[in-house]
Design a protein around this ligand. Structure first.
Ligand code: SF4
Ligand code: SF4
Length: 199
């Protein structure tokens, strides 16, 4: 006999500051007008791999279920294809909300530990910030060390072969002036540059 388990959520489980913080992000203001039509989930090419559909994520965010949203793999599987944003009948910028959720999760370190997508995003960001370029072999090495060190053993032979054939370089590359890259990355979304911030 199949058993159905129901998880009851109470108002006390909600965090009202969560939707308020997301709606403050430019492009995320219209979240409350969601009619739960499910179009975003229907057009999302990755929803079959997500543990929560985009429609469900939108609903949980607006009612303040932060813990559930942050523990979900949905925000990390979103590939930013914008199909949901284009098709949403209420013009809700679902992709921007996914971005805002990712940024919040990274800031608060509220994501599944050793989850490769998050580690990859963090390490990619750090490399670009430090040198303006990504070295693939360093990125893959860091990713595996932080998520699944044993996997390194299985990949060692392939890595050595790729280095031998000149497909991977061990020498980290850098742009001419990495500081400029850092300034661009730190440029605030409100358009006020460095001068404005130092006033
Ligand atoms: S398509 Fe828009 S209105 Fe429909 S469920 Fe998704 S976010 Fe809500
Ligand atoms: S932007 Fe993300 S959530 Fe929206 S359809 Fe594409 S993958 Fe799915």
């Amino acid at each position: 006999m199949d058993v159905t388990t129901r998880h009851i959520k109470y108002q006390a489980d909600c965090d009202p500051s969560f939707p308020a913080a997301i709606k403050k992000v430019p492009g995320c203001e219209k979240l409350d007008s969601c009619i739960q039509c499910g179009t975003c989930s229907g057009v999302c090419p990755l929803s079959i791999y997500m543990d929560m559909t985009p429609r469900r994520v939108m609903n949980l965010v607006r009612y303040g279920f932060k813990k559930e949203v942050m523990a979900s793999n949905t925000i990390w599987l979103c590939s930013s294809c914008y199909a949901c944003t284009v098709e949403c009948p209420r013009e809700i910028k679902v992709t921007d909300i996914m971005y805002a959720l990712k940024q919040m999760a990274i800031r608060e370190r509220a994501y599944p530990r050793r989850f490769a997508m998050v580690v990859l995003a963090n390490e990619f960001y750090k490399m670009v910030r430090a040198r303006g370029r990504v070295n693939e072999i360093h990125l893959v090495t860091r990713l595996n060390l932080l998520t699944n060190p044993l996997k390194m053993l299985g990949m060692a032979r392939l890595g050595i072969e790729l280095i031998r054939r000149g497909r991977f370089s061990l020498r980290p590359e850098s742009v001419h002036d990495p500081q400029r890259i850092r300034e661009i990355m730190e440029y605030p979304e409100d358009g006020n540059g460095k001068e404005a911030r130092t006033q």
